[in-house]
Every structure is written in structure tokens, then in C-alpha cells.
Design a protein around this ligand. Structure first.
Ligand code: AMP
Ligand code: GLY
Length: 422
């Protein structure tokens, strides 16, 4: 089988790594990829959001399966374009991808499906939004409706903060059109879990859970990021809770989308808050999480490729996926200045030595090769240092031992990934 993976981050490196191990694979290509991916796949210089370019590449290379990593490509309709060109594509169509692309669409579907989620209201005008905040009080959560690169959510501790968020989003348009509509919702309190389900439009099977670390600094301090590290499994998310989320959130939402003629095929990523009243949905994403995907792939024992194929072909019912009974962790190394203004172009050395640490697997994200062929930072989140172990403590020790061997003075990581579970 010839497979094209779309994307060039740590998540796509992990997907390529898992797919590369499949006996079904005859050729693996990636667009645009990164230097780490280039070690296991042929990379093509086509942007992940270049829908026409990706379809043309897949056609030209006679690709059997296109696997789409990032949400932006999906919300732009990459799966629809692939289908129109007769290409098999893993990932939801544009209409179903609105689940992530529009917070108010997510709320509408969750409510129609009876899935537990925070109480909310949707606003297209500033005045009523402000009045709602005054009536509800703080803490309260203000969200830009559209995609805002993970920065469109303000968990406001005070009413003033919430009103400022409304000003920024609706008047100052800091997220452009994404903030022309806002969703204001009840603030949920509890432990947050990233739960993943593989879906074929009708059936879903659990892929397990991971816990991310969104804040940039140790002890969950500083600004929000795309995720500074993850581990799997998440001990707080018991088998019983997983079954409950499958039954109350995933299955009814799949049914509701199918009923509306927008069946969901791909990975459904549920952001779940474990509240005192039980698990509640924070959001749905329509793809694997980054860095959660890296942590999950490290634990996957089954061949990933047949599972992705079964999802595309509506054959997931009773599909059996096996996981290693071990713990995995991924610690993100970011460029100094991330998330505000990451320093680019600094050289990274020592990865070969780091990769020698037993149990360690390194995933590239924002790396590139400079003119002299040196590996340099070219993004905010630059590397994901993954590791497995019999226990999370063991995995974590291995990951940090590898990090100690990475020679990159301009990089940093959190030193406490996994703290909640340890
Ligand atoms: P989202 O993009 O919806 O996942 O929001 C980003 C982050 O904001 C989530 O991962 C949560 O940590 C937080 N968040 C979102 N919605 C709520 C809520 N209703 N209550 C508390 N925290 C929230
Ligand atoms: N790590 C969170 C996300 O991928 O959205």
C-alpha cells in the first residue's frame, strides 16, 4: 500500500512512525514533512493546507490512502477533495470537521445528542455578550467561535477579564473572523483528559486517553500552548469513565452527525473535564492531538494501517486494537520565547546520543535543515522526546535522561510532565 501523510509536525512524525512499521506498506510519503519524518518517508514540498496540491500529489504518486493530520486541512475540505478525486482519505469531510471548526456547531450537536457539556450562549453582538457576562458572573469562559490556532479560549477568573476578552475578540478582532461570533460558557472545574475514538461514520472504537499539559511553565503556570507534554494512559480516566464517555458523548454525537447527513470518519478527540458531577465535554477536535498522538502511538501494539483503512471503509465494528501494557510519555522541547515569539534558526545537536537511551523515541516537529545541512529550530514546539516504560515514572526518567543529552541551549522544556499521575 502507498500512503501519503499530510502534515509536518510531531503528530505526523508519530503517525509516519507507526505506519512505517506496517507490513502492508510499500511506500510512505509525507507532505510537507520535516527532517525527522524524512528519515522514514519521502517528503514532498507541498503545504498541508494546499488542498489542490495534495490531491495532485496523491494522484501523481498513485497513493492508496491519504492520512490527514491537521484540523486546518480538514476544515478546508481536504477529505471532500480527495473523495471527489477518487482517493481514499482518513479524516472527516468538511461538514463533520465543523465540530472543531465552529464552537457553536459543536455545542449545537452536543446538545442535540444529549451529551453532557457546559451551559452556554452564542453571541454575534457585543452588547448582549456583555450583559450575559454581567448576569452570569465569574469565573466564566469566552471562546472565539472559529479556529484560532488554539488561542481562542479565555478562561476568565473575573468579569473584567471576560469583558476584555469580548473586546479583543469581537471589537479588536484579534482572531479575525474567527471571533465575529463568540460562545460564552460555564466554567467547568476538574481534571482534564484527552480521549480519542476511531470512527467510521457509524461505529467508534476507543483509542484510549492521554493527559496534556497546556501551560508553558512548570506547575501549570504561564500562557497556554499547543501542549508541552503528554502521557498515556491517564490513570484518572478509568475503564468505567471511558465506557461512560463512549456511551454518553461519542456514540450519540456520531449518530447525530450521521442523522444530519454528515457522518464522521476519522479520529474524534474529546476534551473531557472530569467534574464532580461526572465527565463533561469541553470540546471535540476532529484529529489526533499533538503531543497526545505521540504518546498513544508509542503504546500501540497493533498495526495502525488496517485500523485506518477500516475507518475509511466503514468496517470498524468489532475491530480489535491492541495496546502495550506500558506507560508512555512525550516531553516537548520548545524554542526559547515560545509561545509568544519563538527564536528560530538555532542549532540542535546531540539527538543521536539522546535516541540511544533505552525506550526513547524522538519525534521532530518544528525542525528544519539549514543551508549547511545542520538541524535547526524552525517553529515553537520543536521536538517531542518520547519514551516508554513499565511505569510512568520509568518512562519519564528515560525521557528526561534523553533530554539531558540534547545539546540545544536555546531550547527549553517543562521539568514536570506527568506530575498529576506521579
Ligand atoms: P478548547 O479549545 O475548547 O479545548 O479550550 C482550551 C482549554 O480551555 C481547554 O483545554 C480547557 O483547559 C479550557 N476550557 C475550555 N472550556 C472550558 C470550560 N467550559 N471550563 C473550564 N475550562 C475550559
Ligand atoms: N494537545 C492539544 C491539541 O492537539 O489540540
Amino acid at each position: 500500500m502507498k500512503v501519503l501523510v499530510v502534515g509536518g509536525g510531531g503528530r505526523e512524525h508519530a503517525l509516519c512512525w507507526a505506519i512505517a512499521a506496517s507490513p502492508l506498506l510499500t511506500r510512505l510519503i509525507c507532505a510537507p514533512g520535516n527532517p525527522g519524518i524524512a528519515e522514514i518517508a519521502e517528503c514532498f514540498d507541498v503545504g498541508a493546507e494546499d488542498v489542490a496540491g495534495i490531491v495532485a500529489l496523491a494522484k501523481a504518486e498513485a497513493i492508496d490512502l491519504v492520512v490527514v493530520g491537521p484540523e486546518a486541512s480538514l476544515t478546508l475540505g481536504m477529505a471532500d477533495a480527495c473523495a471527489a478525486a477518487g482517493l481514499l482519505c482518513f479524516g472527516p469531510r468538511q461538514e463533520a470537521a465543523r465540530l472543531e471548526g465552529s464552537k457553536s456547531f459543536f455545542k449545537e450537536i452536543a446538545n442535540a445528542a444529549g451529551a453532557p457539556t457546559a451551559a452556554h450562549a452564542r453571541f454575534t453582538e457585543v452588547g448582549p455578550a456583555r450583559a450575559y457576562i454581567r448576569a452570569q458572573g465569574a469565573p466564566i469562559v469566552v471562546k472565539a467561535d472559529g479556529l484560532a490556532a488554539g488561542k481562542g479560549v479565555v478562561v476568565a477568573a473575573t468579569m473584567q477579564e471576560a469583558q476584555e476578552a469580548v473586546t479583543e475578540m469581537m471589537e479588536n478582532r484579534i482572531h479575525g473572523d474567527a471571533g465575529s461570533v463568540v460562545v460564552i460558557e460555564e466554567c467547568l472545574v476538574g481534571e482534564e483528559i484527552s480521549f480519542f475514538a476511531l470512527c467510521d461514520g457509524t461505529h467508534a472504537i476507543p483509542l484510549g486517553a492521554a493527559q496534556d499539559h497546556k501551560r508553558v511553565g512548570d506547575g501549570d503556570t504561564g500562557p497556554n500552548t499547543g501542549g508541552m507534554g503528554a502521557y498515556s494512559p491517564a490513570p484518572a480516566f478509568t475503564e468505567a469513565l471511558q465506557a461512560e464517555v463512549m456511551a454518553t458523548c461519542v456514540t450519540p454525537v456520531l449518530a447525530e452527525l450521521a442523522r444530519r447527513g454528515a457522518p464522521f470518519q476519522g479520529v474524534l478527540f474529546a476534551g473531557v473535564m472530569l467534574t464532580a458531577e461526572g465527565p463533561k465535554l469541553l470540546e471535540f477536535n476532529v484529529r489526533f492531538g499533538d503531543p497526545e498522538c505521540q504518546a498513544l502511538m508509542l503504546r500501540l501494539r497493533s498495526d495502525l494501517l488496517p485500523a485506518l483503512l477500516a475507518a475509511c471503509q466503514g468496517e470498524l465494528k468489532d475491530f480489535d486494537l491492541r495496546w502495550e501494557k506500558l506507560a508512555s510519555i512525550v516531553v516537548v522541547m520548545a524554542a526559547r520565547g515560545y509561545p509568544l515569539s519563538p527564536l528560530r534558526g538555532t542549532e540542535i545537536r546531540g539527538l543521536e546520543a539522546a535516541a540511544q537511551v533505552p525506550g526513547v523515541q524522538i519525534f521532530h516537529a518544528g525542525t528544519s535543515l539549514d543551508e549547511d545541512g545542520r538541524l535547526v529550530a524552525n517553529g515553537g514546539r520543536v521536538l517531542g522526546i518520547g519514551a516508554t516504560g513499565a511505569t510512568l515514572a520509568e518512562a519519564r526518567e528515560a525521557a528526561y535522561a534523553a533530554i539531558a543529552k540534547v545539546d540545544w541551549p536555546e531550547g527549553f522544556c517543562r521539568s514536570d510532565i506527568g506530575w498529576r499521575a506521579l
